[in-house]
Design a protein around this ligand. Structure first.
Ligand SMILES: C[S@@+](CC[C@H](N)C(=O)[O-])C[C@H]1O[C@@H](n2cnc3c(N)ncnc32)[C@H](O)[C@@H]1O
Length: 300
């Protein structure tokens, strides 16, 4: 939904909209909670976390909630890469296997679109992310139904858009909370489906997160891991990369090999698929990536 062209990105009315809801108070208490539970979630100081910036908050709101024409008005662009947070659910989760009253977990949910999509099929969908601002934005969309944000056009020119809660989703089924995927609270319970979209290569210790999954997914339940495997030392020390490295005698190890090694005793790999996605930086610059999704079933 488009409003008008503005000339001052610094104003970032999207973030003002968050402040107007009163979420700032909620967020500052969450910050204390997060920092109290884990000091090793990030390779940089919390203040330098890119996922707390205006730029990424606005980019992710567009990525998750933008209409196709708002994200990609160029006819020659890769339209099949649109709607990624929706496709992570519609193309990867086998909804016919979900029991009545199913519970879903979206780890690294960002601003929450996949969590809402999981709630179409599950009685409860929990979204957890380390970014206080992302979780605050998701919670505003859940409770108020909309959130204004800024789409960057060129230089400091922006257009105000509005992220809308996806129609047909009961917000009472959805819960967002701030948390660290490597140090999740113990009382989360067990889930019928866990989604980790584009998270593993943003964690300092991905194995620590993966090691908790056997306890989080019920026997026969589904695990979906998607990632473009963009390993960067800014986020993950090289010795913790799951793949993209040469091991003994120069043998190349792919991330899917690393996932098999980490998950194989508790999960069966059902299938893999390519999921292209498109993140719009500004009117004439995009990141086009192809994530690999691996779909797993928890062994009995
Ligand atoms: C590349 S984004 C992907 C977000 C979303 N799943 C998607 O596909 O659009 C990575 C997300 O992981 C979150 N994140 C990074 N480290 C985390 C951690 N230790 N625990 C939970 N979330 C984390 C970031 O805040 C960010 O929202």
């Amino acid at each position: 939904m488009r409003r008008e062209l503005k000339g001052d990105l610094q104003g970032v009315p999207g973030t003002c909209a968050i402040a107007k809801t009163g979420c700032v108070v909620y967020l500052s208490s969450m910050a204390t909670a997060i920092l109290g539970t884990s000091g090793d979630a990030l390779s940089f100081s919390p203040e330098a976390n890119p996922y707390e910036t205006d730029r990424l908050l606005n980019e992710y709101l567009l990525f998750h909630y933008g209409e196709p024409g708002e994200v990609l008005p160029h006819a020659s662009g890769p339209a099949d890469a649109l709607g990624y947070p929706v496709r992570c659910v519609s193309e990867c989760v086998d909804v016919s296997r979900l029991p009545a009253g199913a519970r879903a977990l979206d780890l690294g949910c960002a601003v929450g679109r996949s969590t809402f999509e999981l709630a179409r099929h599950c009685a409860e969908a929990v979204g957890i992310d380390f970014s206080q601002r992302f979780v605050g934005a998701a919670e505003t969309i859940r409770t108020l139904g909309s959130l204004a944000y800024q789409r960057l056009e060129e230089g400091s020119l922006t257009t105000e858009l509005v992220a809308l809660r996806p129609p047909g989703v009961d917000p009472a089924r959805v819960a967002f909370e701030a948390g660290d995927a490597m140090h999740l609270r113990e009382d989360l319970g067990v889930f019928d489906v866990v989604l980790m979209a584009n998270l593993i290569d943003r964690l300092r210790q991905p194995l620590l997160c993966l090691s908790r999954l056997a306890a989080l997914v019920r026997a026969g339940g589904q695990l979906v891991v998607t990632s473009p495997y963009t390993w960067l030392e800014d986020y993950t020390p090289r010795e913790n990369w799951l793949g993209g490295v040469a091991r003994e005698e120069g043998r190349p190890v792919r991330t899917l090999d690393g996932l098999r090694e980490a998950l194989g005793s508790d999960f069966q790999l059902e299938r893999t698929l390519d999921l292209p996605f498109l993140i719009r930086e500004h009117a004439r610059k995009y990141q086009w990536s192809v994530a690999q999704a691996s779909v797993w079933t928890r062994r009995s």
